[in-house]
Design a protein around this ligand. Sequence first.
Ligand code: PMP
Length: 292
Amino acid sequence: MEQRWIYLNGEIVKKEDAKISVFDHGFLYGDGIFEGIRVYNGVIYKCKEHIDRLYDSAKSIMLDIGMTKEEMTEAMAETIRKNGMRDAYIRLVVSRGTGDLGLDPRKCPKPSTIIIVEKLALFPKEHYETGIRIITVPTRRNVPDALNPKIKSLNYLNNILVKLEANMAGVSEALMLNAQGYVCEGSGDNIFIIKNKVIYTPPSYLGALEGITRNAIIDIAERLGYKLKEEPFTRHDVYTADEVFLTGTAAEVIAVYEVDGRVVGDGRPGPVTNELLEEFRREVDKDGLQVF
Ligand code: PMP
């Protein structure tokens, strides 16, 4: 097994030495934030956007990361170089840190910061050729005035409940509605539909994570001359769409061929989805921070 190196609170240590206290509030309460980031051919894709989102999440939960964005970026670059991986998935986690058993964050004087660099377990290649099946799950997305989905917090139970429901139904992803019944997002991906050559994605005020891949696809679609609308839509619109696809750092762009038993379009990844995926992959190692 290749040696892996983990960034832990200012040091890069061997994987087996990367340990966190059981009193860490990230563990006890999900009190913290994270990012999932890709490295393509030695380039951290959309590095600035991920770092900005991390710091926005931190600000929202009043977590002082105690490092500048530049220091965090350099820590990430250094960890990637130390692992010698030109293509990787990075998990950047900042938790409230070690405290006592109470909730009070004031008892946690120092955040814990972790950077893990791993090979990515992608969706199987055939899923990109065939697309995937999804279902709408009973669990609704957290409402923004309770735990705002724009905060990429360590509290992922909402998404995990959705994943459990997807697992029980034998599908790999699921569709979450918001509390009003509008289409929101997947357990770990944003959603797009295409009807009559117009691309639609839910506006982020409906309560989804503002995905960095989502925003990249919006830019690409507009550059390619597609009409794109950020507006609310319902399950009916998904069932009757010509194409449906999901976006995310891990999934990139993945077609959906069936939703709740309704076949989407002709049951295969559609031409617009394929074009967007191709264009996305063409630019991933040109749009970010070069670390090698
Ligand atoms: N929604 C949720 C709930 C997610 O966890 C993710 C993955 N981070 C996404 C959407 C996609 O976001 P991104 O494109 O930034 O990975």
